[in-house]
Design a protein around this ligand. Structure first.
Ligand code: DX5
Ligand code: ZN
Length: 235
């Protein structure tokens, strides 16, 4: 369960997306793309055509975070387009089993996200359909918000749920990752890693930095050090 860093292009220059993707391609593991529809969240960003355009230029696999109503209808197309991961929100999905299966059938990893105020326990039965759980550490919709410490206990509970599943998965079973998104920075990433996160989204902490690639490397080093000390990782 190596540390992975997924810079969010929400804080990048949208007029120069190919260059902004290139700026982190030697340092990061994923490129996090926030799709917002102005309904599920009060902000509008980009959709499938921009993801398709980015896929032609980006070397890194695309990590699509769909903050949209009706992901059951729209999510599979992102996987079919070639995204490496497609995450839907539990609060928005009406048929999550079908949708998560469609994402996987199209060849992508499947992700299930919950907002800060949404408990993970009601979704435990869905974990067999999921390759990653995304715990929002801010209310979704905007970059540059303050990290919510109230999510830390949920990160620990989710890691405990994933630990036994990951330990007992069969030869074909993919490891379920735990992603955090929102307010992740040099101030907060160690707390997240200590609690059990292994995939870290960072928008303003990467693209607000003078050298985005260096910011990614420094975040990774911090997360790796905190993980090495963490009780959950030694188990
Ligand atoms: C917020 C988005 C995040 C956002 C994070 O709704 O899902 O991916 O880009 O930005 P920072 O890292 O600045 O909080
Ligand atoms: Zn996001």
């Amino acid at each position: 369960m190596a540390v992975q860093i997924s810079p969010s292009i929400l804080s990048a220059d949208f007029a120069r997306l190919a260059d902004e993707a290139k700026a982190v391609e030697q340092a990061a593991d994923w490129l996090h793309v926030d799709v917002m529809d102005n309904h599920f969240v009060p902000n509008l960003t980009l959709g499938l055509p921009v993801v398709q355009a980015l896929l032609k230029h980006a070397v890194l696999p695309i990590d699509c975070h769909l903050m949209i109503e009706d992901p059951d209808r729209y999510a599979p197309a992102y996987a079919e387009a070639g995204a490496g991961n497609v995450t839907i929100h539990a609060e928005a999905a009406k048929a999550p089993v079908r949708t998560l299966r469609a994402i996987r059938a199209a060849g992508a990893r499947s992700g299930l996200a919950v907002n800060p105020g949404t408990a993970i326990e009601p979704y435990e039965d869905l974990l067999g359909e999921v390759d990653m759980v995304l715990l929002m550490t801010v209310e979704p919709g905007f970059g540059g918000q303050h990290f919510l410490d109230m999510v830390l206990p949920k990160i620990r509970r989710t890691r405990a749920m994933l630990a036994s599943r990951n330990a007992h998965r069969g030869p074909e079973g993919r490891e379920i990752w735990l992603q955090v998104d929102g307010g992740v920075s040099e101030e907060t990433i160690e707390r997240c890693a200590d609690a059990g996160a292994d995939v870290f989204v960072a928008g303003s902490a990467v693209y607000g930095a003078h050298d985005p690639a260096r910011a990614v490397r420094e975040l990774r080093e911090q997360a790796e050090r905190a993980t090495a000390r963490a009780a959950w990782a030694g188990a």
